[in-house]
Design a protein around this ligand. Structure first.
Ligand code: KIV
Length: 275
């Protein structure tokens, strides 16, 4: 059954945890979908884990549409959320609506995500009014990495914690159907989750959130440039891949691959005529 923003809300209301992961391609989306994930985020983290940039700033609308469309072809049941890249919604409300519309129309996702609190509420309202569901994202918002002075936990001081609670209420009031809490102290994230009617999806925000999300390369041990404290490795796929690549190289070099069963036959008399 297709997950929707209504099923997300029903899960929160029933106290059932919402499961989300990021994905950027067709075949991984298909595997995740078959595993029964509730939601998939085509995150702009693709800038770092797929495209090799240092941060998410260079990611374009074209990148996001391209990868969102691939993921949507593989995800039949998961709710697919497309991430709005840096400078695709900050300049004006009109531009935000236009780009959210492109992500849904050309990418095929069922919702979009954008970073920020009160400052982007006019954008959230306008996008929601255009019938595009919006997932908000507060706390450590990676597109603001240069304003924060690095990837840092948010909301630790009294003032910072109050501000985060206000931001969470503001995005709910603006019409967001859910909000990502990234790198927020666990007790604060739990409080925000209780105060809000809409689901909170945590990443580095503790178990008190209504759902969880991780970058899939992090949880599979496929990305070693940097591993945040909040990541648990559920498998060492990176090591398995390296081992498989090394075995392939060795077998090709020694001539044991391809073997007879990997080849296509041709009648001997056809070959003889070629000599
Ligand atoms: O881009 C992304 O992957 C995200 C998640 C970390 C929530 O925004």
């Amino acid at each position: 059954m297709k997950n929707t923003i209504a099923t997300f809300q029903a899960q929160k209301d029933k106290g059932e945890k919402i499961t989300m992961l990021t994905v950027y391609d067709y075949s991984t989306a298909k595997l995740m979908d078959q595993a029964g994930i509730n939601g998939i985020l085509v995150g702009d983290s693709l800038g770092m884990v797929v495209l090799g940039y240092e941060d998410t700033i260079p990611v374009t609308m074209q990148d996001m549409i391209h990868h969102t469309a691939a993921v949507c072809r593989g995800a039949k049941n998961a709710l697919v959320v497309g991430d709005m890249p840096f400078m695709s919604y900050q300049v004006s409300v009109e531009q935000a609506v236009e780009n959210a519309g492109r992500l849904m129309k050309e990418g095929g996702c069922q919702a979009v995500k954008l970073e920020g609190g009160a400052a982007v509420c006019p954008q959230i309202k306008a996008i929601v009014n255009a019938s595009i569901p919006v997932m908000a994202h507060i706390g450590l918002t990676p597109q603001s990495v240069h304003s924060f002075g690095g990837f840092k936990v948010q909301g630790k001081s009294e003032q910072g914690a109050k501000k985060l609670l206000e931001e969470a209420k503001a995005v709910e009031e603006a019409g967001a159907f859910a909000v990502v809490l990234e790198c927020v102290p666990a007790k604060l994230a739990e409080l925000i989750s209780k105060e809000l009617t809409i689901p909170t999806i945590g990443i580095g925000a503790g178990a008190g959130c209504d759902g969880q999300i991780l970058v899939y390369q992090d949880m599979l041990g496929m990305f070693s440039d940097f591993t945040p404290k909040f990541v648990r490795r559920f498998a060492n796929v990176g090591d398995m891949m390296t081992e498989a690549f090394q075995t392939y190289i060795a077998q090709v070099q020694e001539g044991s691959f391809p073997a007879e069963e990997h080849t296509f036959a041709i009648a001997d008399d056809v070959i003889k005529k070629l000599y």
